[in-house]
Design a binder for this molecule. Structure first.
Ligand code: NDP
Length: 246
């Protein structure tokens, strides 16, 4: 049974990693999925092909999440193509690491633009096309709660900002039957955080389960929150981190 049959989803950042797994999972569950990318057209096309080969519907649009006009245009295009938007997933994110002594302000600003501002912009635009039962899900990070290594203060701040933004947006949209939640993964094997790096070895001891997560595990959680049984979950920051923050 396809729990998202007839639904339309919009995913910011769906060409690689966790976002690509989310696109494929929502499509497998029956949703028509529009997703954005910025630097990987080939990867985006691979995701579209994979979805289509499994009998699903997906459309990729190039739109930089730090560009509010581009995000609005992509959401308007999605709504025009499929009639409305039921599910928004804000997954696009950047991780800028560096010592505090010379961390560049432009990296700070880009972190805020992609990881935080784009979430507000996309929510503002997508909710115009949403009705009762709408779902807004942002991929935050367990680093909002626990930041056990150096050089990632701006990243941790950006993910902590999502905690508050999610609460406020849940209040704004709850009366219309739209839920807003924040999914906080721990280390997940992607281009951003490969499980075979030296850095990964230093993190593995921090997880209760002693291993990295899979993008598909995050996608399964997102699919539940996007589905019809999750209507009483809102304003929540939900951690899926193998016990990283335990
Ligand atoms: P990746 O770097 O592997 O993939 C990032 C995805 O986001 C790509 O599809 C990329 O598109 C897209 N993206 C990045 N910047 C932009 C932008 N400005 N506009 C549009 N799309 C953009 O990251 P992950 O899959 O690892 O991470 C996804 C989310 O999960 C992020 O928000 C991250 O902070 C969060 N997260 C990740 C964890 C991990 O350990 N991997 C842990 C906790 C949270 P393109 O291919 O075109 O570059």
């Amino acid at each position: 049974q396809q729990t998202l049959a007839g639904k339309v989803a919009f995913v910011q950042g769906g060409s690689r990693g966790i976002g690509a797994a989310i696109v494929k999972r929502l499509a497998r569950d029956g949703a028509s999925v529009v997703f954005t990318y910025v630097s990987s057209p080939d990867k985006a096309n691979e995701v579209v092909s994979a979805v289509q080969q499994s009998g699903g519907r997906a459309l990729a649009i190039k739109a930089d999440s730090s560009d509010a006009a581009a995000v609005k245009q992509a959401i308007d295009q999605a709504a025009a193509t499929f009639g409305r938007i039921d599910i928004l997933v804000n997954n696009a994110g950047v991780l800028a690491l560096g010592p505090i002594e010379d961390f560049k302000l432009e990296d700070f600003d880009r972190t805020v633009a992609v990881n935080v501002r784009s979430v507000f912009v996309a929510t503002q635009e997508a909710q115009r096309h949403m009705g009762n039962g709408g779902r807004i899900i942002t991929i935050g990070s367990t680093n909002a709660d626990r930041m056990p290594f150096q050089g990632a203060a701006a990243y941790a701040m950006s993910k902590a900002a999502i905690v508050g933004l999610t609460k406020g947006l849940a209040r704004d949209l709850g009366p219309r039957g739209i839920t807003v939640n924040n999914v906080q993964p721990g280390p997940v094997d992607t281009d951003m955080n490969p499980a075979d790096s030296d850095f990964a070895d230093s993190l593995k001891g921090l997880m209760a389960v002693g291993r990295y997560g899979k993008a598909e595990e995050i996608a399964a959680f997102v699919a539940h929150l996007a589905g019809p049984e999750a209507g009483y979950i809102t304003g929540a920051s939900l951690t899926i981190d193998g016990g990283f923050s335990a």
